[in-house]
Ligand binder design. Structure first.
Ligand code: GLV
Length: 387
């Protein structure tokens, strides 16, 4: 068994253990993948300021997200088809998150259903909601989330149409996977994954099958999004969703200060600055570059989180010091889940916390709540001086 010391180690194992179709789904951005790449590489342009001979004893990474206590300011982001990366993947990731003390957000496009995850966990999780045309489906989804005692709803607003990811089309991505000569040949080399999948009944989009009308192929993400998603979504419609859900609300997928202000007007409790992990608008700025103008626009009207590109505790520290209240991770835990299941996700969270904690100490801080922009050296034009 290789010694795991960083998230990249999980990625190498993950690539070996999970069918290509699902590895590619996770590890893709849209079109040229410029935004996907820059989401991570832009973090390298921000430097941390080392301090010495400062008392570094007795440190804490504890914080809060939308008023909920967290062991560190990190959430597990909603990731479609997590239950194809590892059998019962959503349940296992949610369990790892609850034991560690960070929020888990279930995707609408999960394999395990809301009810499955609720039955198999003991703390409330968050429910991500896609904006579909079908009003009955939407009402029912919020009701199901309420029934399952979800402690926040997360409306993703950046996927009215699906950004094209070439590899998903070339691989014929579906859940469960269609049996073609290429997919069968590849799956034959992923014995552990296959045995796991045979041991569970959860192989379909659990929140959709039996709930959504008018979808001709519920196994295909692209067919499903093209047929069911609401291309005419606007802020009035989002206000209708706000009325369907009276709990804490997070709006995810904001990249522009004007949209951030709209989200404040809807009565959301937080926004996530996100370009969907570089999977939607290719050519958009990285989330970390988009963050500051949004913070400037909203002030303290709303809590601002960030996702896209975060692969380490150092990235979390930089995001936090730039002003984000919290950072969400997607791929960083999916690699670990695909590699080693629940144990992997737990270890990934430990690795990120250790990186965060040690780097914070080396910047001269003992409490994540007190970290501010002073620990950063950010290029003057980092957030852009765009014409
Ligand atoms: C769906 O959320 C996706 O990005 O694939």
């Amino acid at each position: 068994m290789p010694v795991i010391t960083e998230i990249e180690d999980f990625k190498r194992l993950y690539r070996r253990r999970v069918p290509k179709m699902f590895y590619d789904y996770c590890e893709s951005g849209s079109w040229t993948e410029q935004t996907f790449r820059e989401n991570s590489s832009d973090f390298d342009e921000i430097y941390l300021r080392q301090r010495v001979a400062v008392d570094m004893a007795g440190r804490s990474t504890k914080s809060q997200m939308i008023g909920q206590d967290v062991a560190m300011p990190v959430a597990l982001a909603p990731v479609g088809m997590t239950g194809m990366q590892h059998y019962d993947g959503e349940i296992l990731a949610a369990r790892a998150a609850e034991r560690f003390g960070v929020p888990y957000c279930l995707s609408t496009m999960s394999i395990c259903s809301i009810e499955d995850v609720a039955r198999n966990t003991s703390k409330p999780f968050w429910m991500q909601v896609y904006t579909l045309k079908d009003d009955a489906f939407m009402k029912n989804l919020f009701d199901r989330a309420k029934e399952a005692k979800c402690s926040a709803a997360v409306i993703t607003v950046d996927l009215q149409v699906l950004g094209q990811r070439h590899r998903d089309l070339k691989n014929g991505l579906s859940a469960p996977p269609k049996l073609t000569p290429a997919s069968v040949a590849n799956m034959m080399t992923k014995i552990g994954w296959g045995m796991g999948m045979l041991s569970t009944k959860r192989r379909f989009f659990g929140n959709i099958v039996g709930h959504a009308k008018g979808v001709s192929d519920p196994s295909s993400l692209s067919t499903w999004t093209a047929q069911a998603f609401d291309q005419s979504l606007n802020w009035d419609r989002i206000r209708e969703f706000r009325k369907m859900w009276d709990g804490p609300l997070i709006i995810k997928g904001i990249m522009d200060p004007r949209d951030a202000l709209e989200a404040c007007n809807v009565g959301a409790d937080a926004i996530v600055v996100s370009n969907h992990g570089g999977r939607q608008l290719d050519g958009a700025l990285s989330s970390i570059r988009a963050l500051e103008p949004i913070l400037d626009a909203v002030g303290d009207k709303i809590e601002v989180h960030i996702d896209s590109g975060i692969r380490s505790g150092q990235d979390v520290l930089k995001a936090r010091a730039m002003g984000a209240k919290a950072a969400w991770i997607g791929r960083a835990y999916i690699y670990a889940l695909g590699a080693m299941g629940q144990k992997g996700v737990k270890q990934a969270l430990e690795i990120i916390q250790k990186e965060l904690d040690t780097s914070m100490a080396l910047c001269g801080h003992t409490d994540i709540e007190k970290v501010d922009r002073d620990i950063l050296m950010v290029p003057k034009d980092f957030s852009g001086n765009w014409a």
